[in-house]
Design a protein. Structure first.
Length: 419
């Protein structure tokens, strides 16, 4: 999911699927409305309808919207209540990360069939370096077309592909190609492509930075490229000024790094109304730990540190964490730690949000599990793996601890943050 969603779709013949891709070994592949598209694939009767995936409660946030919903102004990160007002006829669905993770794995395997140099950025996008694949599969643009065809034929999903000489340029290309398109930015015409774009297209320019640049009269990437570096340092600081100045001139030396690993996997819930009931909170922590454990196992990762986040009604946020001797992907172990961390906090406050996260991730197959001396094996992991198998067949929403049966609302209203 690219951040620069306001870029105009390509119409300039210099930048398109048939442009010169000489010296453009980097592809950025971005799935189109990924979560919503996976839901439509799962429920074909939703095809052609406005579909919104995200937190379904009054404090929920949109995670993904189909293009039919986007026509009404619905966007990712928008409050769900706002999305409902803009598009009241939309189908609103809670996220199912087990389903999205499975789809992501299948798509990433298609990428790896072309090149081992694949750097996933999230479940729905990745960089590819195809310099070494040209002899087998053709030019970068040809490879991009083949990837799009395979994803559509094998997974029933669409994606957009940017082809460029660097990661930054390729990512902008995929954004401009959306939806379901391919755009090549020729190496010799990078500045012609970049300089008319708004400064917000640059990585690292958020709302506040954009406002600071606009106050200096810098509206486009070209304006920033021509600005004195001293002026940029005064407005943005030395590091940010140097970073943005390089990008504005199309210079991005970063290589595709296939060993990128998620740093953490988590889940959180914003309550519809503030909560102080201990049993409600306990069930919520258990549901979140269950989600985190399932996502760790889906990703074949284990976490060494368990952390919690608690946001009070006045928006004060407290975080606590504990590092384990042996990493885990077991929901019950994650819950026990998370609940003990929460129980140590002062009680009696109204709570708006709680979250559970596993950090310090390692590959599960490289981290042998080890029982604590003298502690009997309780079989929690085996039970949870069996639940994973059942969830893959029947859906995650019907599988879970019996203690959650009276509190299924905690399982539906998760904030749709990426794992």
């Amino acid at each position: 999911m690219g951040r620069s969603q306001s870029l105009p779709r390509g119409g300039d013949p210099r930048f398109g699927p048939d442009a010169d891709d000489t010296g453009c070994p980097i592809l950025h592949v971005d799935m189109d409305a990924f979560y919503a598209s996976v839901e439509v694939r799962h429920r074909p009767e939703l095809r052609g309808r406005a579909v919104v995936v995200g937190g379904v409660g009054p404090r929920g946030v949109v995670s993904s919207a189909s293009y039919e919903a986007r026509q009404y102004g619905v966007r990712s990160a928008m409050p769900t209540m706002r999305a409902r007002a803009l598009c009241p006829h939309a189908i609103f669905l809670p996220p199912d990360f087990t389903r999205y993770t499975a789809a992501s794995r299948a798509v990433m395997q298609i990428f790896r069939d072309v090149t081992p140099l694949v750097e996933p950025l999230s479940l729905d996008e990745a960089f590819l370096d195809v310099a070494g694949a040209r002899r087998l599969f053709g030019s970068p643009a040809t490879i991009g077309r083949r990837i799009r065809e395979r994803v559509a034929a094998e997974q029933g999903l669409t994606c957009s592909v940017g082809v460029g000489p660097s990661k930054f340029v390729a990512k902008l290309g995929s954004t401009r190609a959306k939806p379901d398109g391919l755009l090549v930015v020729p190496a010799a015409q990078v500045l012609d492509f970049l300089h008319p774009l708004p400064v917000s297209a640059l990585w690292g320019v958020g709302e506040r930075s954009a406002e600071a640049l606009l106050r200096l009269g810098l509206r486009t990437v070209g304006d920033l490229a021509q600005a004195p570096i001293g002026m940029l340092r005064t407005a943005l600081g030395q590091a940010a000024a140097a970073h943005l100045h390089e990008l504005a001139w199309g210079r991005d030396p970063r290589r595709v790094s296939p060993e990128q690993v998620e740093k953490s996997i988590g889940a959180e819930v914003t309550f519809d109304v503030d909560v102080d009931d201990p049993e409600h909170l306990r069930r919520t922590f258990l549901a979140l730990a269950e989600k985190v454990g399932a996502r760790l196992r889906d990703a074949e990762q284990v976490g060494r540190t368990v952390s919690i986040k608690v946001r009070m009604s006045d928006f004060r946020t407290i975080s606590r964490s504990r590092t384990l001797e042996v990493p885990t992907d077991v929901a019950r172990e994650i819950f026990d730690i998370a609940w003990s961390l929460f129980a140590a906090l002062p009680s009696g406050e109204q709570i708006r949000l709680v979250g559970v996260r596993a950090e310090g991730l390692h590959r599960a197959d490289a981290t042998p599990r080890q029982l604590t001396l003298g502690e009997p094996e309780r079989g929690w992991r085996e039970a949870e793996v069996a639940a994973d198998a059942a969830a893959a067949r029947f859906g995650r929403s019907v599988i879970g601890p019996a203690s959650l049966l009276s509190g299924r609302d905690t399982r539906r209203k998760e904030n749709p943050t990426r794992p």
